[in-house]
Design a protein around this ligand. Sequence first.
Ligand SMILES: Cc1cc2nc3c(=O)[nH]c(=O)nc-3n(C[C@H](O)[C@H](O)[C@H](O)COP(=O)(O)OP(=O)(O)OC[C@H]3O[C@@H](n4cnc5c(N)ncnc54)[C@H](O)[C@@H]3O)c2cc1C
Length: 346
Amino acid sequence: MYAAFCRSSVSFQAKLLGKSNLRFASTLVFVESTKDGKIAQSSLSALSAASQLGNPVAALLAGSASGKAAEELQKNPGSASLQQIFVAEEHAYDHYFAEKVTPLTLELLKDPEYTHFVVAGSAVGKSILPRLGALLDYQPICDITKIVDATTFVRPIYAGNALATVKCSQDKKLISVRASSFPVTAGEASTASISKAPPVSQVSELAVKWEGENLVKSARPDLGSASKVVSGGRGLKNKETFDSLVTPLADSLGAAIGATRAAVDSGFCDNSLQIGQTGKVVAPDLYIGLGISGAIQHLAGMKDSKVIVAINNDQDAPIFQVADYGLIGDLNEIVPELTAKLSQIK
Ligand SMILES: Cc1cc2nc3c(=O)[nH]c(=O)nc-3n(C[C@H](O)[C@H](O)[C@H](O)COP(=O)(O)OP(=O)(O)OC[C@H]3O[C@@H](n4cnc5c(N)ncnc54)[C@H](O)[C@@H]3O)c2cc1C
């Protein structure tokens, strides 16, 4: 365990909340939703983390689908700690441009009642949080995996090789959470009221424009939240082998497909499948790695998986140090046999 302390500005130390003021403490959570008003799984994890802080929780939703998403959030089992839902149902907030969402969030955070701001460590969270930190002159605490108490948080450092326990004395804690570390808990739906978020002047005039998107469509489970992941590495040698071995095995398990950076860089698959320090972080119930050596940068993205299975022809491959089950041998022989047996069970 590694201990670190985050900076707190002298002016804010002077204003630190005393114990008697803590009853006013509140947490604001930024909640992302899809275009059709569904709440992002990672934001439900952020809400789950926020509820552990023990404060009343308010949610902020933005964009044209946020009205529908707010109603869904209200009904969502497990939102019991939510007391207030703010909605900025404006087209200007679609696509969550940090340049537009940050001033909106800031408007609410001006209220001294908010002692914590929580957002998922998603692409959106990663772009909002530093801006908020800069504008408020606070140090954000990124990618937390555990809440010890309302001022103390655990976060991985050095590609997950050490854990820093961060004690924060700022009067506003700006936090992003690693979704896989905060499972969404079922419970009662909330009785939160929905109200309009405060208006922000000139938001639609900011010089940032959405040009378009090119999305990879897949019927597979989302890699970030899948309960099973089959992942391929450089040991697969080429794209043809990747497609002919990884895809059928994933199909037989109903699993998402992942890959190492070496596999992505070699053109075996799309870079949206990369798992690791510079890719996605996954923590499925089952992770199967095919032809993956187990470099620390890859382990950083999958070592919290519940059961890890590795197939590799090198018995000294580092992945076997974290694997629960290891198959030493040629993946070209093992994987088709495994896939055939799994298909028979189905
Ligand atoms: C700053 C930085 C960030 C990085 N970020 C990431 C990241 O996010 N994600 C990531 O994955 N990597 C990342 N990397 C790269 C990382 O260091 C490794 O290079 C990469 O993970 C190796 O991928 P690999 O295991 O597929 O390939 P290799 O290390 O080449 O391993 C291939 C394995 O396949 C086995 N093999 C070969 N043939 C067979 C066969 N026929 N049957 C069975 N096994 C076989 C070999 O024994 C070997 O163990 C990063 C590196 C840096 C410097």
